[in-house]
Design a protein around this ligand. Structure first.
Ligand SMILES: *[C@@H]1O[C@H](CO)[C@@H](O)[C@H](O)[C@H]1NC(C)=O
Ligand SMILES: *[C@@H]1O[C@H](CO)[C@@H](O)[C@H](O)[C@H]1NC(C)=O
Ligand SMILES: *[C@@H]1O[C@H](CO)[C@@H](O)[C@H](O)[C@H]1NC(C)=O
Ligand SMILES: *[C@@H]1O[C@H](CO)[C@@H](O)[C@H](O)[C@H]1NC(C)=O
Ligand SMILES: *[C@@H]1O[C@H](CO)[C@@H](O)[C@H](O)[C@H]1NC(C)=O
Ligand SMILES: *[C@@H]1O[C@H](CO)[C@@H](O)[C@H](O)[C@H]1NC(C)=O
Ligand SMILES: *[C@@H]1O[C@H](CO)[C@@H](O)[C@H](O)[C@H]1NC(C)=O
Length: 443
């Protein structure tokens, strides 16, 4: 059991609900929480009102200096921070606020849970321009599989409408729905994505080194997670709206003092800030990597359990109107100091070795609202399972009023084998090998 005063720090890229509202861009209003009914997921989540950085409102406005010297609402938006409204960026403000909160909890000596939701690398790529230097354009490669795969069912493809609305992308006059984007612009998107990630890394670095400074690193559990991935040209896509690995997989890192790493000695710096612009980059010891399949549903029971709190009961089926329950299970068994892959008994039960996802579509072919259909417009649901060996997706008829999927009415299917096709470009759904597998899955 962890000692009293155990603390949790949850670091994440922006939450899905916030993304949706930012994209809907009502500039004069605080638009947070459109998908959570403007409630920021209360009542269970937060004991104090969520902080929203004041400079967030400029994210989608004309603050990006273009080659014409004018300000635009661009996708690619490296900025001089001294030059932007308020002279700061939302993620810098969030880091500062998080450190202020840590200082406060330090003096009050109460256990805490702090969730820090960062915006980058979410679009637009609005970041301090010096981070571009870390990724010279001439070194940027394209996605290994930049073509729309021949066997991809049209329903599985998403036309990445949101980036097309940015002024710099509009100027490319791309064809809808398949593009492609000119390769020099593909390189620029990838450069800005990588630069945004390095900018985010520095924010995480500042925050973690504050934990050291405040002597909280020996009693704080840290989870680093993102809510989705993003295709950077893979399958000819530039978005998150799909069931491919490239968008469903996320980074997931844990630090549990004394469990994933030895407890730090008094005065020891576990998280020294490493400046990416230093010519000699210090390298930290890499963490331990685990190849097991897990799901984000397990984050909550893991953190609740590690904090020594009561883990709510597993959700019944159906779980509408159940006040408090959980899906997923504790991931603690994955933290042991030993090579998990050598020991099959540690792989967990079969439920755990499947990761589920789903994505809705309004039509069988890509159209203006394929990326984000309203509930009432959903006609097809893509249900997907990922095992250690394959990804299998069926796009089936869906009734949005009853929330009913009809698995007898399959519009299209996808099957990719991990070993022979790690990038998921060769759909084996109709192949004899695929048929055999699918038959073996039937009850
Ligand atoms: C912002 O929008 C929400 C939802 O439409 C509305 O309830 C609220 O009054 C608006 N706030 C301001 C300051 O305009
Ligand atoms: C959304 O919030 C409004 C105002 O607080 C409330 O009246 C309404 O019932 C909420 N809707 C849902 C679906 O929770
Ligand atoms: C860019 O590529 C060159 C040639 O391969 C290499 O020497 C250089 O270190 C690379 N720069 C960066 C920042 O990765
Ligand atoms: C699989 O077969 C169906 C029915 O013949 C066809 O409509 C579909 O295009 C095929 N899919 C692939 C990926 O070949
Ligand atoms: C955009 O593309 C369309 C179709 O390829 C072409 O007809 C049109 O002239 C182009 N517009 C510009 C501004 O390049
Ligand atoms: C953490 O370190 C501080 C300062 O060295 C010490 O006072 C405290 O007891 C330690 N807490 C734990 C849980 O080890
Ligand atoms: C499910 O789809 C099948 C095949 O199209 C159809 O015969 C059946 O009526 C559908 N079931 C429902 C409940 O709509």
């Amino acid at each position: 059991m962890p000692p009293a005063g155990w603390c949790l720090l949850w670091l994440g890229l922006v939450l899905a609900s916030v993304c949706a509202s930012l994209e809907s861009a009502a500039p004069s209003n605080s638009t947070t929480g459109i998908s959570s009914n403007y409630s920021d997921d209360s009542p269970y989540s937060w004991s104090i009102p969520p902080y929203h950085p004041s400079s967030e409102k400029y994210e989608n406005t004309k603050t990006c200096r273009g080659p014409d010297g004018e300000l635009h609402a661009n996708l690619l938006c490296p900025v001089d921070v001294a030059d932007v409204p308020e002279g700061t960026l939302p993620d810098k403000q969030s880091t500062e606020q998080a450190i202020r909160l840590l200082e406060k909890t330090k003096t009050s000596a109460h256990p805490f849970f702090l969730a820090v939701g960062y915006h980058k690398p979410h679009i637009p790529f609005r970041y301090p321009k010096e981070f571009q230097k870390l990724y010279p354009l001439e070194n940027i490669t394209l996605a290994p599989d930049p073509q729309v795969p021949a066997g991809l069912p049209p329903v599985a493809y998403n036309p990445w409408m949101d980036i097309r609305q940015r002024e710099d992308v509009q100027a490319l006059n791309l064809s809808v729905p398949y593009g492609p984007i000119p390769v020099d612009f593909q390189r620029k998107i990838r450069q800005s994505y990588f630069a945004s990630i390095s900018y985010l890394d520095t924010q995480v670095g500042h925050l973690l080194s504050a934990l050291d400074d405040l002597q909280l690193a020996n009693s704080t559990i840290i989870a680093f997670v993102s809510d989705h991935g993003w295709a950077l040209g893979e399958h000819g896509e530039w978005a998150k709206y799909s069931n491919f690995d490239v968008t469903t997989r996320v980074p997931l890192m844990f630090y549990v003092p004394g469990r994933t790493a030895p407890l730090p000695e008094a005065g020891e710096k576990l998280f020294p800030y490493i400046d990416p612009f230093d010519s000699v980059l210090e390298r930290m010891e890499p963490g331990r990597q685990v190849m097991d399949l897990v799901e984000l549903l397990s984050l909550s029971p893991t953190l609740v359990g590690l904090a020594g709190l009561h883990v709510p009961p597993r959700c019944p089926v159906p779980s509408f109107h159940v006040e408090l329950c959980r899906e997923g299970q504790s991931l603690v068994k994955h933290f042991r100091f030993q090579d998990l892959e050598d020991d099959p008994s540690l792989r967990g039960n079969p439920r755990e070795s499947i990761a589920y996802s789903q994505y809705p579509r309004p039509a069988d072919s890509p159209q203006w609202n394929s990326d984000k259909p309203s509930l009432k417009d959903i006609k097809i649901m893509g249900y997907s399972i990922r095992t250690i060996d394959y990804r299998y997706t069926v796009w089936v008829d869906f009734n949005p009023h009853e929330f009913l999927a009809n698995f007898s009415d399959v519009h299209a299917g996808e099957l990719y084998f991990v070993d022979s096709d790690p990038l998921q470009d060769h759909n084996m759904y109709n192949d004899s090998q695929g048929r055999d597998l699918l038959r073996s899955l039937m009850p």
